[in-house]
Write a protein that binds this ligand. Structure first.
Ligand code: HPA
Ligand code: ZN
Length: 329
């Protein structure tokens, strides 16, 4: 029996707020007297059924994190769970409610997240870097103001910049300026595209935002010329198969195009996205890939290596992590 927890993993696509344990969210809501409308089902798990209801649940849940200090416990809890799943390095998206052009709140949030990451690193040996993301359906004006706050504040573990949210709203060109500003300031770029929209959405993200990686990007499979471009440019895909199945992009893992993308020569990585919402974990993802697509030890080693090569961390850390992966092989 393979111990999927023990395989060393690199996770590049996970949302900090979206990974919040429901118990922590309930505690914070009780402490702050916040009533969370329709967030939990009868079993106390997050309730969402499709992309629209997921995004609404996400925003409802995020209300409990309006207090910047809550980011310490949140970050520590998420990293602890990842470490328990064999994750040795992760890049975590941040989309805090405090990013409402409120610079002191942003600074306090980041300081709390850094303290949580320091604690988790010391306790569990997991390393992490942060990728703040703007929320596409909140619009370009808010994105611009958010970026100005980020550029004035300390960077801490922030290495990248990205965009999440509803891909069906606005157009990548509307966000070209904030992405260019972050790129000029040395941040590495990624964006969600090709999850709920097709190939054109991916092309637009590449052409207008100049992203180096794609969040999901799976629906590139609908256009062979685009797949060829992704292979030629070696654009890493942050695939999240469990998330895609949970949100109905594909009916099941057998129908997910991970094997076709890999077979075509795309750079693929595997992550969870928002584990308590999608009832998955990195170990679950690996177990499912083994059961449904026959992934074996060398396939998992390649996934980790590809994710490490695609990571936005500094070179010294990459070398150290490569040694950990090699040592485990
Ligand atoms: N897509 C878009 N926005 C998101 C997601 C996602 O999968 N997860 C959290 N925010
Ligand atoms: Zn995501």
């Amino acid at each position: 029996m393979t111990d999927f927890l023990a395989i060393p993993k690199i996770e590049l696509h996970i949302h900090l707020e979206g990974a919040a344990p429901p118990a922590l969210v309930r505690d914070l809501a009780a402490e702050q007297n916040i009533h969370l409308e329709g967030l939990f089902d009868a079993a106390g798990e997050y309730a969402s059924s499709d992309f629209t209801s997921f995004l609404a649940a996400y925003e409802e849940m995020s209300k409990v994190f309006a207090e910047p200090a809550s980011y310490r416990a949140l970050t520590e809890a998420v990293l602890e769970e990842q470490a328990a799943n064999g994750v040795i390095y992760t890049e975590i998206f941040l989309s805090p409610p405090s990013l409402n052009f409120d610079e002191p709140a942003w600074r306090d949030m980041l300081a709390a997240a850094e303290a949580g990451a320091d604690a988790a690193e010391a306790k569990h040996g997991i390393a992490c870097r942060f990728i703040p993301v703007i929320i596409r359906h909140h619009g370009p004006e808010k994105a611009r103001e958010s970026v100005e706050v980020m550029l004035r504040a300390p960077r801490g573990r922030m290495r990248g910049f990205g965009m999440a949210g509803d891909e069906r709203e606005f157009h990548p060109r509307d966000f070209a300026r904030p992405f260019a500003m972050m790129r000029e300031a040395g941040f590495r770029l990624t964006a969600h595209a090709g999850e709920f929209e097709g190939p054109e959405s991916i092309r637009a993200a590449l052409d207008h935002l100049h992203v180096e990686r794609l969040g999901h990007g799976v629906r590139a499979i609908e256009d062979p010329a685009l797949v060829a471009r992704l292979v030629l440019q070696q654009i890493p895909l942050e695939l999240c198969p469990g998330s895609n199945v949970a949100l109905g992009v594909y009916p099941n893992l057998a129908a997910h195009p991970i094997m076709q993308l890999r077979g075509a020569g795309c750079v693929i990585t595997v992550s969870t996205d928002d584990p308590p919402f999608f009832h998955n974990s990195m170990a679950d993802e690996y177990a499912s890939l083994s059961a449904v697509h026959g992934f074996a030890a060398d396939d998992f080693a390649k996934l980790a290596r590809a994710a490490l090569d695609a990571a936005f961390c500094e070179p010294e850390l990459r070398v150290k992590l490569a040694q950990s992966l090699d040592g485990a092989a």
